[in-house]
Design a protein around this ligand. Structure first.
Ligand code: PRP
Ligand code: URA
Length: 198
């Protein structure tokens, strides 16, 4: 499994603001740019007004799958970058006592086999939610899954290394650890609650 920690002065600056308040778009745009820059291209032809020209287009369909709820905060920025992306949804919720995720909803495009699937979830804590989503996407045929998170804990990265070693993780920060309630330290609190004011 490859872990990419996206280091960039603008990412550091926005991350500082993000830890204090919810402004996910800027930091996420940088991450999404980094995570999409090696997408494979396919050669094809188009007719310009003057002649036939060789061009390159994305070689695979791109599917964005935000994890409800917090991943919704990353979707607009992703679609700005890849307007042609199809969108699916995974509804996952951690139990407040046990921190174990439960899958309560899913709706994803058909034929994931040939697509590059970007799983959008800002927080990678125990890794239970991401592992469940990746497993679900694999079960639906996805071969290539890239997780875009904003803050990751070492425990979550280690868990994905174990259960989904061929997935790619892009994150803006690898934080210190989890607390006894499985929240990331220093982290930024409960992303979904802060994003939606609950
Ligand atoms: C948060 C977050 C991840 C999950 C990460 O969602 O958005 O999905 O926790 O934790 P894990 O790595 O330990 O599984 P939460 O379950 O709080 O749901 P919400 O977005 O609806 O608030
Ligand atoms: N989910 C969050 O939103 N924040 C954490 O720190 C851990 C899980």
């Amino acid at each position: 499994m490859a872990l990419h920690i996206v280091r960039h002065p603008l990412v550091e600056d926005v991350l500082a603001a993000l830890r204090a308040r919810v402004t996910p778009c800027d930091v996420f745009r940088q991450l999404a740019r980094r995570a999409t820059r090696d997408l494979a291209l396919a050669e094809t032809w188009v007719e310009t007004p003057l002649e036939r020209a060789a061009v390159k287009r994305l070689g695979s369909r791109v599917v964005a799958v935000p994890v409800l709820r917090a991943g919704l905060g990353m979707l607009d920025a992703f679609l700005e970058l890849v307007p042609s992306a199809q969108v699916g949804y995974f509804g996952l919720e951690r139990n407040e006592e046990t921190a174990v995720a439960r899958r309560y909803y899913e709706k994803v495009p058909k034929d994931l086999e040939g697509a590059v699937v970007f799983l959008l979830d800002p927080m990678l804590a125990t890794g239970g939610s991401a592992a469940m989503a990746i497993d679900g996407l694999r079960g639906l045929g996805a071969k290539q899954v890239r997780l875009l998170s904003i803050v990751a804990a070492p425990e979550g990265v280690a868990h994905l290394e174990k259960v989904a070693p061929d997935s790619l993780i892009f994150t803006a920060a690898l934080d210190r650890a989890l607390n006894d309630k499985k929240y990331i330290l220093p982290g930024l609190g409960d992303f979904g609650d802060r994003l939606f004011g609950t």
